[in-house]
Design a protein around this ligand. Structure first.
Ligand code: PLP
Length: 414
């Protein structure tokens, strides 16, 4: 990989070779970050070259990815999700220009597909046929789906609280699924032991530096979809911290390669009931403190974040904004997205939008700002909370008088 310099430790700065099976720093155990030769990338790819490419998947940005190619096996179509101009919703949130990046439209319905697609390619490069991970749900279902397409097998560890929709995906994709009676922290620990014991390829995002490289393609797409004219802010929900780290890495890559001349500020959104990263960021420290996992947004219910360093750096370096939102605010954002933009988000997928609303209301961001909200997951994954947010429909006997009465009762005038 001529365009990859190596993998640098985010803690001690040690540079190691980026091999397919590379995980954490051999010196200190810190999380690694893939480093590129931007002059080389610049010499191989321009904005204009991209225009000519017909591949609409995440692999369209091959020069920015830590792979030689996408391999021989079949692949799901990952990436290429729409960026909607959401003027009506923007007005309701009180900002000048709002875009929705709907990453719930990935093949297994979350942004995690970008990381899992990368994991599958790297596992093949490493000569492995079995991949494992622990996950709050979406990393697991995306890994199971992407692996199933390529013909690899998967061992998946999820906390027993994982929503049924995500567990159904796992079973449908043929994963060996272990529901762990405990927190995400407990789930992570047992998966790490099992991976060590059986030598599977490790798709745990905090351990595997390549996954964030997959996730960053969401930012490459946002930039390209906006004609490389950067928004003022990009909002994203935060659990482990890999997504926000990837989002920031994508923009930094484009900046370093000369594709954009401004970097957006990142709005880091967490649930008030579980916000260890935002709490540390707001206090200006890297020393986060574990918290309980009290939120209905299961994908960001992460009391012990696995990638705090990259997340906190993304907030710091981008001169970012932190916002914590309640479950009520998340459910309101779910309704707003659905009713004013036609986008169905799972709770963590709507959290970014809830954060924008709160940030405008509290004067953290300017009303004349241009903001992109990343919807990270689709609402069908968690139907229970969707119904909770949107309510139950009216129900009648099949009779016109009953219909009229039901409309009357609710003040509906067709
Ligand atoms: C995983 C996930 C997040 C948060 O990503 P982290 O890397 O854990 O911070 C947000 N939304 C959804 C839908 C997710 O699946």
């Amino acid at each position: 990989m001529k365009h990859v310099i190596g993998a640098r430790c985010t803690i001690c700065g040690h540079l190691t070779e980026a091999l397919p099976g590379t995980t954490v720093c051999p010196d200190c155990g810190g999380i690694l970050d893939i480093e590129y030769d931007y002059d080389y990338i610049r010499s191989k790819l321009t904005k204009y070259d991209l225009m000519d490419r017909t591949d609409r998947t995440m692999w369209r940005y091959m020069e920015f990815l830590p792979v030689e190619g996408r391999g021989e096996r079949p692949r799901l179509r990952v990436g290429g999700s729409p960026l909607y101009e959401a003027d009506r919703l923007g007005k309701m949130l009180g900002i000048k220009k709002l875009y929705i990046k709907d990453d719930g439209q990935n093949p297994t319905a979350s942004l995690k597909d970008r990381a899992s697609a990368m994991a599958v390619v790297k596992a093949e490069e490493a000569g492995k046929t079995t991949i494992a991970c622990s996950s709050t749900g979406n990393a697991a279902s995306s890994l199971a789906g992407n692996a199933a397409c390529a013909g690899l097998s998967t061992f998946i560890f999820v906390p027993s609280r994982a929503p049924k929709g995500k567990v159904a995906q796992l079973m449908m994709f043929g994963a060996t699924v272990v529901l762990v009676e405990g927190s995400y922290e407990d789930t992570f620990r047992i998966s790490a032991e099992a991976i060590e014991r059986w030598g599977w390829y490790n798709r745990n995002a905090a351990i595997n530096p390549y996954l964030m490289e997959g996730k960053k393609t969401v930012s490459l797409e946002i930039a390209e979809q906006l004609g490389f004219i950067m928004p003022d802010y990009v909002a994203v929900s935060v659990g482990d911290g890999c997504t926000i780290g990837g989002v920031w890495k994508g923009f930094k890559d484009l900046y370093a390669a000369g594709f954009i001349n401004k970097l957006p500020r990142i709005i880091s959104v967490q649930a008030s009931g579980c916000c260890p990263i935002n709490t540390a960021a707001a206090a200006g420290t890297m020393d986060w403190v574990p918290q309980e996992e009290n939120t209905l947004a299961d994908s960001i219910a992460v009391g012990v974040p696995r990638n705090p360093v990259k997340a906190l750096k993304a907030i710091q370096e981008s001169n970012g904004v932190t916002v914590n939102v309640s479950d009520e605010e998340i459910m309101e954002a779910m309704r707003l997205l659905g009713r004013n933009a036609g986008v169905f988000a799972e709770p963590a997928g709507a959290a970014g939008t809830a954060g924008i609303k709160k940030a405008v209301e509290s004067g953290l961001i300017e009303k004349d700002a241009t903001v992109v909200s990343i919807v990270t997951g689709n609402g069908l994954k968690d139907v229970t909370n969707a119904i909770r947010a949107a309510g139950e429909p009216m129900s009648i006997a099949p009779d016109m008088d009953r219909l009229l009465a039901a409309f009357d009762e609710r003040g509906i005038r067709p």
